[in-house]
Ligand binder design. Structure first.
Ligand code: PBG
Length: 324
């Protein structure tokens, strides 16, 4: 009761504020997403994601070394697939010599200590830009799961540490877990996008991979952003099916989900601060409306405060430079 309690007392100087701070960021918190493309010496800026690039394998290796040297513990790999390799059944996705599989091997050779996480979904490989096999304008569930299992196995063979299914098919975590166990990849972990919402925040990413859905949208598999309780059902299922880490995305607009899940389950929780969130900060700071670094740190700390154990963020490098 005032004046016995004056809440401002502990805010009076910086060192005191530092002492009582509840959340902070550490390089260990970050997962750096990376976009890989065919060719050599390529570093193409993504038009919708300023200062973020598609890298050919040679430049990818350089980037991995840099990330590891500043303390990044994990990278999340996406590939941009040329149109000629796209079809409706993920042929290229399961190619043992595909770009993803080669990228995993290269990273493993160059910095074996870093944790490699690979995206599992068909959209970059799909002529329709959908995460699953399409038939009569519908996205097939179980047929897609079969391909996702093959895809996960090919990544595991290449040496990936964690596979990250981002497709939102039902039952895919169990199918992948069983396939990995059966083939002696019992140590390959699954980071499942447990609650992935059908979000317009993914726009810039789809531009990066040229993977926009050719028809319709992703609402028959990704979650309705009006729902919170449904996230508990989704994530509960993934944990039962054998997920080791749960990912929630997008980030900032979905921190109520993060908080809810943190309190409902005891499992490591990752939050993906997605491409649209990155693009908004870039655009607003370019216009001079917002301070880039301050907004970046405020958003990242807010994600930690809500309960994230780790954050996949395009700001990983910038943020680590600021905190260290
Ligand atoms: C593909 C996938 C997407 C993202 C991660 N994996 C796009 C989508 O679902 O359409 C989005 C990431 C981002 O926006 O940064 N399954």
């Amino acid at each position: 009761m005032y004046p016995l309690n004056r809440n401002r007392r502990l805010r009076s100087k910086e060192s005191l504020r530092n002492l009582i701070r509840e959340s902070s960021l550490h390089p260990n918190d970050f997962i750096a997403p990376l976009f890989v493309t065919e060719g050599s010496k390529i570093k193409e800026e993504i038009s919708s994601m300023p200062n973020y690039y598609r890298l050919s394998l040679d430049n990818l290796k350089k980037e991995i070394k840099t990330l590891w040297s500043i303390g990044v513990q994990a990278v999340l790999i996406f590939v941009k697939v040329s149109d000629e390799f796209k079809d409706n059944i993920g042929t290229e996705a399961v190619n043992r010599n595909g770009l993803m599989q080669r990228a995993i091997k290269e990273i493993k050779n160059c910095v074996p200590e870093i944790t490699i996480i690979s995206d599992i979904a068909l959209d970059p490989y799909s002529i329709y830009g959908h995460d699953g096999i399409v038939k009569n304008n519908r996205i097939l569930n179980d047929e897609t799961n079969d391909v996702l299992c093959e895809m996960a196995l090919s990544h595991a063979e290449a040496g990936v540490d964690i596979v990250a299914p981002s497709d939102m098919m039902d039952g895919r975590v169990l199918s992948i877990r069983k396939a990995l166990e059966k083939n002696n990849f019992d140590n390959t972990a699954i980071m499942s996008y447990g609650a992935k919402y059908a979000s317009s925040f993914y726009g810039p990413f789809r531009n990066a991979l040229e993977s926009n859905p050719g028809f319709g949208d992703k609402k028959t598999y990704q979650m309705d952003f009006a729902n919170r309780k449904e996230a508990i059902i989704e994530i509960g299922a993934d944990i039962e099916e054998g997920a080791d880490i749960i990912m929630i995305k997008p980030g900032i607009a979905y921190l109520d989900i993060v908080y809810e899940i943190k309190n409902s389950f005891n499992i490591p929780l990752a939050v993906y601060q997605v491409s649209g969130e990155y693009a908004m900060v870039k655009a607003a700071s370019k216009m001079g409306y917002l301070d880039h670094n301050k907004i970046m740190m405020e958003q990242l700390i807010s994600i930690k405060r809500a309960g994230a154990n780790m954050i996949a963020s395009y700001f990983a490098k910038d943020a680590i430079k600021l905190i260290s």
